[in-house]
Design a protein around this ligand. Structure first.
Ligand code: CP3
Length: 348
């Protein structure tokens, strides 16, 4: 059994006897139990039916013994509160892209509690089934939401969103203001319903160079973090380099991908708690090799308090589930003691 609060203690940089671990996108298609649920229900049905969302939230805790649960939900669902229609195929598809001043002006003022009534209910039901395991609520960062909104769905490099950012800065600013309000409301609803930590996903930060992010995006990100920080820790996931922003984003925990080591993240953030770094593709390697990488990530934390073990991005759907279990076990066996990357580690 996981101890009740090692995840929350690590978020606050307090020492823990055992390094906590959870995995981004832990509730997805890599789990046979999830695929079985999907045989009966669509993704949107799962998200919008609180009993099912609570069940999907609990699955990875039961199957993998992770130390935290993340609500079964999606960063894009709150776009419905702006009056937009959304589908998943499983890639997200919006009814129409939002690219003009008129389209931005036509976005409704969001009232997430009323527009997505299932959200608070899912948080409460998930908490009911989780017992002592802490629940993470989440949202997409303004930039990442804007990428999908302007593109009208998924893309490899979101050219329309980047064009708006570079060529129509006033329009971009108006859009990011609305999306920041939406993200604040989304997190506030989850925190009020009982989420014990909040993660902000900035998956597409990697498309921008550091100066662009600082000028066009960071003021919005900071407003979001400042509005929700306080009673619960805020984790900020930034995909792509530029550790430069980690100090400035204002979050309690910085979550990095494989391009930034935990030691670099801790230094760049001015000593915040850190999370992430294990490249998702490594999950598919032979167990011995995977173990070496788990040891490496633990060693790169340099024994500092405030480490939450996680991936650099989400679990790939074709990951063998036994490798996910192995990572969680391995972190629990080896974490928070003295780690030697060559494999002769001492257990705490
Ligand atoms: O385990 C969990 O983390 C469950 C909750 C969760 C989902 N999406 C459920 C989901 C979380 C935290 C997300 C975050 C999310 N969604 C992000 C940020 C993190 C990241 O991965 O970069 C983004 C960019 C999205 C948008 C999104 N949702 C895409 C691009 C897709 C399609 C591709 C894919 O990953 O499947 C989704 C669909 C989605 N969201 C699924 C799940 C379980 C798969 C739906 C299915 O079962 O068919």
């Amino acid at each position: 059994m996981s101890s009740p609060s090692r995840f929350l203690a690590a978020c606050r940089s307090q020492p823990v006897a055992c390094t906590p671990v959870w995995l981004m996108r832990q509730a997805g298609r890599a789990l046979p139990e999830y695929r079985a649920l999907r045989d009966h229900f669509s993704f949107l049905q799962l998200c919008k039916t609180p009993e099912l969302a609570a069940e999907a939230t609990l699955l990875p805790v039961r199957a993998l013994k992770v130390d935290a649960a993340i609500l079964f939900f999606d960063i894009l669902l709150p776009l419905e509160a702006l009056g937009l229609r959304l589908d998943f195929t499983p890639a997200p598809v919006l009814e129409a892209p939002v690219r003009t001043a008129q389209a931005i002006a036509a976005l409704r003022t969001p009232r997430v509690a009323g527009d997505l009534p299932f959200l608070a209910q899912s948080v409460r039901m998930a908490k009911g089934v989780l017992g002592h395991t802490p629940l993470i609520g989440f949202c997409g960062a303004p930039l990442t939401l804007a990428c999908y909104l302007v593109e009208g769905g998924s893309s490899a490099n979101f050219p329309h969103a980047l064009r708006m950012m570079r060529e129509e800065p006033a329009l971009w600013d108006a859009l990011l203001n609305k999306l920041t309000d939406l993200a604040i409301d989304t997190l506030a609803v989850q925190a009020a319903a009982g989420a014990q930590a909040l993660q902000i996903f900035d998956t597409w930060a990697q498309l921008l160079d550091p100066e662009e992010y600082r000028i066009r995006v960071l003021p919005h990100t900071r407003r979001l973090v400042e509005a929700v920080r306080g009673s619960v820790p805020v984790l900020f996931f930034l995909r792509g380099g530029a550790p430069l922003w980690l100090r400035e984003c204002g979050a309690d925990v910085v979550s990095v991908d494989e391009s930034v080591t935990l030691a670099q993240a801790r230094r760049a953030s001015g000593g915040k708690a850190v999370q992430g770094n294990l490249a998702p593709e490594l999950l598919k390697r032979p167990i011995k090799e995977l173990e070496r990488h788990v040891r490496r990530v633990l060693a790169e934390n340099e024994d500092a308090p405030g480490h939450i073990f996680n991936l650099g991005h989400g679990v790939p759907p074709d990951t063998p589930v036994e490798n996910l279990r192995f990572v969680v076990d391995c972190v629990h066996r080896l974490g928070a003691g003295k780690i030697h990357p060559q494999g002769q580690g001492m257990n705490p």
